[in-house]
Design a protein around this ligand. Structure first.
Ligand code: CA
Ligand code: CA
Ligand code: CA
Ligand code: CA
Length: 487
C-alpha cells in the first residue's frame, strides 16, 4: 500500500494527526531504499564486485569507476590517458614515437630524437651517441620525430639506423652546409634510412664506399646534385619503396645514382623521376674490368629523366636484371632516350615513349675505356616500343658495336623522323654480315611489314629493310643483305 494512503488511513481511523516515520527495519518490503537487498542503506550494490559501492571497479571508494586496468599505478581518474598501456601515463618520458606518452595532449614535443629510451637535443648528438656506443652496447634505431632535421656530415663506420616515426612527407633530413649527409664507409659501415625526405645537397646526398651497406626504404631523395654516390668494393645498396627524383647533376654523370667499382644495387617498388645529368639521368653505372657490377630492378620505373646520353640509365659493363614490368619511359636525351648501353646485359625491361636525336629507346655504344670489358651487349626479353628519334627511334647501334636481341625481345611502333624506325645501324659501310651487328631474332613485328616507321632496319640509303618475327638479316659483300628465316 502506498505510504501516503496508509498515513491517510491512520489519520482517518484515529481521528488525530499521526506523524509518519520512515521504515528503518530490515524487511524487504518496506525499507526505504529501492534496492533488492535486505539492508537499509541506499547502496544498490547491484554490481559483481566484492565491495558494497555502486561502481564496478575493484577499489573501495564510492567515486565513479576509476580503474587501473594496465596496472601502471595511475588510474584513469588520475590522468592515465591510455589505461591499456602501462608505458603511457603522466609519469613517463615523452619520446619520439608519434604517441602522447605523458598524457599532456602534446605529441613528441620533448626532443627531436630518441635512442634506446633516451632523448637527445639534436639528431647530430644522437648520431654521435649511436656511432660511439659504450662497450658492449649495441645501439638500437634512432627514432626521429617529424620535422626538418639538420645533419652535420656524418662518417658512418659502424651500424647506424634511422627511422622516421611519421613518414617521409613529415620528416626531412638536410646537411648543414649542403654537402653529403652520410658517408657510409667500408669495414663495417652500414646505414638504414626508413621514412625520410633527403634533400638539399649540392653534390651527392648519400655516399657508399668500399664494402659499405646502404638500405633505404619508404623515402624520397630529391633536390640534390646526385642522390646516391657509390664507389664500391662489393658495396651493397638496397632501395625499397623510395622515389629518387628531381636530382640535377649539371655536367656530371648520374642524377639519381652514380655508381662505380664493384657493387650490387637492388631496387624494388621505387621510382626515378625527373633526374638529370650529362650521362645517366636516372642511373649512371659503370664497372671497369671484369666482373661486371649488378643491378636488379623489381617494379621500378624511370620516367621523365633527362641527359645528353642515357636519360634513364647509362650502363658500362653492368648486368641489369629486371622483372619484365619495370620500365623506362618519357626520357629525353641527345643519344639514348631510354638507355645508353656499353658492353652490358639488360633483361626484362620495358623501354617505351622515350625520345632522342639518336637512339630514342636504346643506344648501343662503346666508351673506349670499357673496350676490355668481357661482356658483349645483350638485350633479352626487352620491349622497345613507341620511342621516337631523328635516327634510330627504337635502337641505335654505333661505335662498331654488336648487340644480341633475343627472340623474346620486341622492337615495334617506334618512329624515326629520318631513318631507322626500329634500328639504325651506324656502320657506315656494308657489313660483311648483319649478324655481326644485330642478332638473335628479336620480334620486329610481322614478316614483310614495317612495324616501325619509316622502316624496321636502316643501314644506309641503299640498305634498309623490313624484317619480322623469326627473321634475321644476313648481309655479305656479294649479295648485300636479305631477311632470312632463323633456323
Ligand atoms: Ca593505468
Ligand atoms: Ca597507462
Ligand atoms: Ca605528451
Ligand atoms: Ca611521444
Amino acid at each position: 500500500m502506498n505510504r501516503s494512503i496508509v498515513s491517510l488511513a491512520l489519520l482517518f481511523a484515529g481521528g488525530c494527526i499521526v506523524v509518519e516515520e520512515k521504515d528503518t527495519d530490515t524487511d524487504v518490503t518496506t525499507d526505504v531504499d529501492g534496492d533488492a537487498d535486505t539492508d537499509a542503506d541506499s547502496d544498490a550494490d547491484s554490481d559483481t564486485d566484492t565491495d558494497t559501492d555502486t561502481d564496478t571497479d575493484t577499489d573501495t571508494d564510492t567515486a565513479p569507476p576509476d580503474p587501473d586496468d594496465d596496472g601502471d599505478g595511475v588510474t584513469v581518474g588520475d590522468g592515465d590517458c591510455d589505461d591499456a598501456n602501462p608505458d603511457i601515463n603522466p609519469g613517463v618520458l615523452e619520446i619520439c614515437d608519434a604517441i602522447d606518452n605523458n598524457c599532456d595532449a602534446l605529441i613528441d614535443d620533448a626532443a627531436p630524437v630518441t635512442l634506446d629510451g633516451t632523448n637527445y637535443a639534436s639528431l647530430d648528438e644522437a648520431i654521435t651517441a649511436a656511432l660511439a656506443p659504450a662497450t658492449g652496447v649495441t645501439p638500437g634505431t634512432l627514432e626521429v620525430c617529424a620535422g626538418e632535421h639538420t645533419v652535420t656530415s656524418a662518417r658512418v663506420t659502424s651500424a647506424l639506423s634511422l627511422h622516421a616515426v611519421t613518414d617521409r612527407d613529415g620528416t626531412t633530413l638536410r646537411e648543414a652546409a649542403g654537402t653529403v649527409l652520410f658517408s657510409v664507409r667500408g669495414g663495417g659501415g652500414s646505414l638504414v634510412l626508413d621514412g625520410f625526405t633527403v634533400t638539399g645537397s649540392v653534390a651527392e646526398a648519400l655516399s657508399v664506399e668500399d664494402d659499405g651497406v646502404l638500405t633505404i626504404s619508404n623515402s624520397r631523395i630529391s633536390g640534390n646534385g646526385t642522390g646516391i654516390f657509390v664507389d664500391g668494393l662489393t658495396a651493397i645498396v638496397n632501395i625499397d619503396g623510395t622515389d629518387i627524383e628531381d636530382n640535377v647533376n649539371g655536367n656530371g654523370d648520374g642524377g639519381g645514382i652514380f655508381a662505380t667499382g664493384q657493387y650490387e644495387l637492388t631496387i624494388t617498388g621505387s621510382n626515378f623521376n625527373r633526374n638529370s645529368a650529362e650521362s645517366g639521368g636516372g642511373i649512371y653505372a659503370e664497372k671497369f674490368f671484369a666482373p661486371p657490377s649488378l643491378i636488379t630492378l623489381t617494379d621500378t620505373h624511370f620516367d621523365l629523366n633527362v641527359a645528353e646520353q642515357g636519360a634513364g640509365l647509362t650502363l658500362k659493363n653492368v648486368v641489369l636484371t629486371a622483372d619484365g614490368v619495370s620500365s623506362v619511359t618519357g626520357g629525353v636525351a641527345t643519344v639514348g632516350g631510354g638507355l645508353a648501353v656499353h658492353r652490358s646485359q639488360v633483361t626484362g625491361l620495358v623501354i617505351s615513349g622515350n625520345d632522342a636525336e639518336r637512339g630514342g629507346g636504346v643506344a648501343v655504344l662503346l666508351d673506349g675505356a670499357f673496350a676490355t670489358a668481357e661482356l658483349a651487349t645483350t638485350l633479352s626479353s626487352v620491349v622497345i616500343d613507341s620511342n621516337t628519334a631523328v635516327n634510330g627511334a627504337g635502337l641505335l647501334v654505333a661505335d662498331d658495336e654488336t648487340v644480341t636481341l633475343d627472340a623474346a625481345s620486341a622492337v615495334t611502333l617506334n618512329t624515326a623522323s629520318e631513318h631507322g624506325g626500329g634500328a639504325f645501324i651506324a656502320a657506315g659501310t656494308i657489313p660483311a654480315s648483319f649478324s655481326t651487328l644485330i642478332t638473335g631474332g628479336a620480334n620486329f613485328g610481322e614478316v614483310g611489314v614495317n612495324d616501325n616507321a619509316p622502316e624496321d632496319i636502316y643501314i644506309s640509303d641503299e640498305l634498309f629493310y623490313t624484317v619480322g618475327l623469326g627473321e634475321d638479316l644476313t648481309c655479305n659483300d656479294s649479295v648485300g643483305c636479305l631477311p632470312t628465316e632463323i633456323p
